[in-house]
Design a protein around this ligand. Structure first.
Ligand code: BGC
Length: 391
């Protein structure tokens, strides 16, 4: 959708300290009654572990701290949110995102995009094929037969130029014409701001010199019990969406919009993520759990489009955006196979959820979906805010 003056507005060494011991092993039943949870606190991420030279550029760790002591640490390697410390109901700071404590671990094969900026195209494009400006393109295929999160040259592995000013971090990256198979030189700016009311605001702008497609998001993995061993099955979630875009077995949308009413996908009223995740349902089977684009009800960005909450820490997260979609992913591909999470944690199945604000997956091949085309002279602009409350 085009707004005035040619702006394109897309509608629509980290030590982990266990504070609260669990009653038993942090297990996740599918009944949503899992109350066992280890509350983990990152007390010192060692910035030295983020100093490296990657792709000929320096990487570092940047920490934004607000006046109440909440903080977010971000590396310019992939623009990744490494830790996010917010107060729980007792006022103690809890790290609510999964991540690693060195930049090298973020470079490992199969790393699941922890906290990364995702581009050029968030989520999947069927077989990596699309046509824009009258020309057919082939993006890098990196997820079975499809392209996921920009392909192997995606922004998650690029080094951004960074400039911190108080509680704001500006990250910029110029993606050369043809990178990952996408047309146009794309100049991207991502601004992270940690406000004094405990909100992490992420603003994205992009410009191109050739007609192209863009769909930017952030891939933070949240666990409001505190990042660690527990599952998120007891975290409650509300999503203001009456429909989803159902997918095939390769997670490509069929093109239909499916109402959530009467299905496990009805999060219009808050419920535990684990409540219906074990239900026999074709879509849950295709996604191996929740891994779907929710079609957000009309909103102007002033009200939360999603609210998640932990019964253990009392931490509530509100999500705001003007994007038309939200990918709710319930961490179905986390396995706990390695113990290289922050503080030596193994991130087990469903130990985090992602709420990725976005345009719909495979939009370039679905004429009925909101457009992701960006033309020279237009400015892509979008934002998402994750706000934390502790009542
Ligand atoms: C996708 C999942 C994928 C995950 C990590 C999510 O955005 O929808 O299918 O496994 O990212 O790659």
């Amino acid at each position: 959708m085009r707004a005035k003056n040619n702006t394109l507005v897309f509608l629509s060494g980290c030590a982990l300290v266990l504070l609260a011991a669990c009653k038993g092993p942090a297990t996740g039943g599918s009944d949503g009654k899992d109350t066992a949870a280890a509350v983990a606190v990152t007390d010192t991420l060692n910035p030295k572990n983020f100093e490296a030279v990657i792709n000929g550029k320096n990487t570092k760790l940047y920490t934004l701290t607000n006046k109440s002591g909440a903080s977010v640490s971000i590396t310019n390697y992939g623009g990744r949110v490494v830790s996010l410390m917010v107060p729980d109901k007792a006022g103690k700071l809890v790290d609510v995102v999964l991540g690693y404590d060195s930049v090298q671990t973020y470079q490992k094969k199969g790393e699941p995009y922890f906290g990364a900026i995702i581009g050029r195209y968030g989520n999947r494009i069927a077989k990596g094929k699309f046509t824009v400006g009258g020309k057919a393109y082939q993006a890098d295929v990196n997820d079975g037969v499809n392209t996921l999160h920009g392909g192997r040259k995606g922004f998650f592995g690029q080094v951004f130029d960074a400039e911190q000013s108080g509680q704001t971090l500006n990250l910029t990256y110029t993606s050369p014409d043809g990178e990952g198979g996408y047309p146009g030189k794309l100049t991207v700016k991502v601004t992270y701001t940690l406000t004094d009311d405990n909100a992490l605001k992420i603003e994205y702008t992009a410009n191109t010199d050739k007609e192209t497609i863009v769909n930017l998001t952030n891939h933070a993995y949240f666990n409001l019990n505190g990042a660690g061993d527990s599952t998120i099955l007891n975290n409650t979630l509300m999503i203001a969406a009456d429909g989803i875009t159902p997918v095939d077995t390769t997670l490509i949308p069929t093109g239909k919009i499916q109402p959530v009413k009467g299905t496990p996908f009805d999060f219009t009223t808050a419920k535990a993520i684990g409540k219906d995740i074990g239900t026999t349902d074709e879509q849950l089977k295709n996604g191996k759990g929740y891994d779907h684009n929710f079609v957000l009800n009309k909103n102007d960005g002033s009200k939360p489009i999603a609210i998640a909450s932990s019964p253990v820490t009392g931490i509530t997260m509100e999500v705001y955006t003007v994007e038309p979609g939200l990918q709710f992913y319930s961490g179905n591909f986390l396995t706990g196979a390695t113990h290289d999470g922050k503080g030596g944690k193994a991130y087990v199945l469903r130990s985090a959820f992602c709420l990725e604000t976005q345009h719909f997956p495979d939009s370039p091949n679905q004429p009925a979906f909101p457009s992701t085309v960006l033309k020279p002279g237009q400015t892509y602009h979008t934002s998402s805010t994750y706000k934390f409350l502790n009542k």
